[in-house]
Design a binder for this molecule. Structure first.
Ligand SMILES: NC(=O)c1ccc[n+]([C@@H]2O[C@H](COP(=O)([O-])OP(=O)(O)OC[C@H]3O[C@@H](n4cnc5c(N)ncnc54)[C@H](OP(=O)(O)O)[C@@H]3O)[C@@H](O)[C@H]2O)c1
Length: 310
């Protein structure tokens, strides 16, 4: 079969190569990959990946072989998969059934491929904030894929959603998705919040922490800014208005049992990570070589197979 393999000297650090077919372990299914959507984490991991390895986490496809242990989706089922062990940028991949979920038959591959990491991260991060019904919840970096899903899930859970995104041209879109307030900067947020999810890091995390009410938490989920966090003296000195505030880290790879939530998210007809640009998978290395330019959303790569039409 064909797969993108890491080749440090090649443009984009990848070569489309002939590789052996996957050999699923007893708890793994064999999936025909129809589409995959690179995440920032995929791209960040590329330079450190061993030469000759197959990168790629998220995607969607059809089960060719069920897991030998009998669990999980069966032959012919459409699935989304989340493989933090990579191997997804290929025509076929083996993936643990615990990292797959059944997908509706009428959902587009392009849409399904965008969901696994962003949507499960958003959902699990929100869970860590406890009940958000009627509470102010701050989403920092709300135009990010994780941020958009978090915003939509928080709004349907009854939160008052405060969305912060630097690109004001996207604010109307964020309000359509359910944001009650939109701001270009955290300095414009006027009232304290019960909880926050930060996708950006750096000064954004410092400022989000300062907006917490007593007992509230900010989840430092992402670090898109790539800059240090420098807290001013006094940031952690508590009084009755600032007691028991916390910052916590988050790692999707340590979250167990995502199957049911992935199925819920895949079955949803409304959730969107943003705009989707669809490309043939043969363009992957060129796209990465060009700096992975993409819309406010995801680029999705459609995989060719010998029996693909056209
Ligand atoms: N901890 C985990 O397990 C986990 C899981 C999933 C994702 N993540 C991390 O979460 C973050 C978001 O992931 P994603 O897939 O949602 O990302 P994404 O779709 O690529 O979005 C990135 C966002 O970052 C914003 N941004 C980038 N640099 C910025 C800066 N200097 N100042 C302000 N905003 C900036 C972009 O704003 P514009 O739209 O204005 O460009 C965009 O909204 C990433 O760091 C990712 O690695 C972590």
């Amino acid at each position: 079969m064909l797969a993108w393999t890491t080749t440090p000297s090649a443009p984009g650090g990848l070569t489309l190569s002939e590789v052996p077919e996957p050999s699923p372990l007893p708890h793994e299914l064999l999936v025909r990959v129809e589409a995959f959507a690179p995440n920032p984490g995929d791209l960040a991991a590329l330079p450190g990946a061993p030469a000759g390895s197959i990168p790629g986490w998220d995607g969607a496809g059809i089960v060719l072989e069920a897991a030998a242990d009998g669990a999980g989706p069966q032959v012919g089922d459409r699935v989304v998969f989340l493989g933090l062990g990579a191997r997804g940028w290929a025509q076929r991949r083996a993936v643990p059934h615990a990292a797959t979920a059944a997908a509706p038959s009428d959902a587009a591959w392009e849409h399904l491929a965008t969901l696994p990491v962003p949507a499960t991260s958003a959902l699990r991060a929100l869970r860590k904030l406890g009940s958000i019904l009627g509470r102010r919840i701050l989403i920092v970096g709300a135009t990010s894929a994780v941020g958009r899903i978090a915003l939509q899930l928080a709004a349907r859970s009854g939160a008052h959603v405060v969305a912060v995104a630097r690109d004001e041209s996207r604010h109307a879109d964020l309000r359509r998705l359910g944001a009650h307030e939109t701001h270009a900067a955290l300095s414009a947020v006027a009232a304290h919040v019960h909880g926050a999810i930060d996708m950006i890091g750096g000064q954004h995390l410092v400022d989000a922490y300062a907006l917490l009410e007593p007992g509230a938490t900010v989840i430092a989920l992402g670090h898109s800014a790539g800059t240090d966090e420098r807290f001013p003296y006094g940031a952690f000195i508590a009084d009755p208005t600032t007691a028991d505030r916390s910052i916590t880290s988050f790692f999707l790879g340590s979250e167990p049992g995502l199957t049911h939530e992935m199925a819920y998210l895949a079955a949803d007809r409304q959730l969107r990570v943003g705009d989707i640009d669809t490309r043939p998978w043969t363009e992957l290395a060129t796209w990465i070589d060009q700096g992975a330019p993409r819309p406010s959303g995801r680029d999705v790569f459609r995989v060719d197979h010998a029996d693909s039409p056209g």
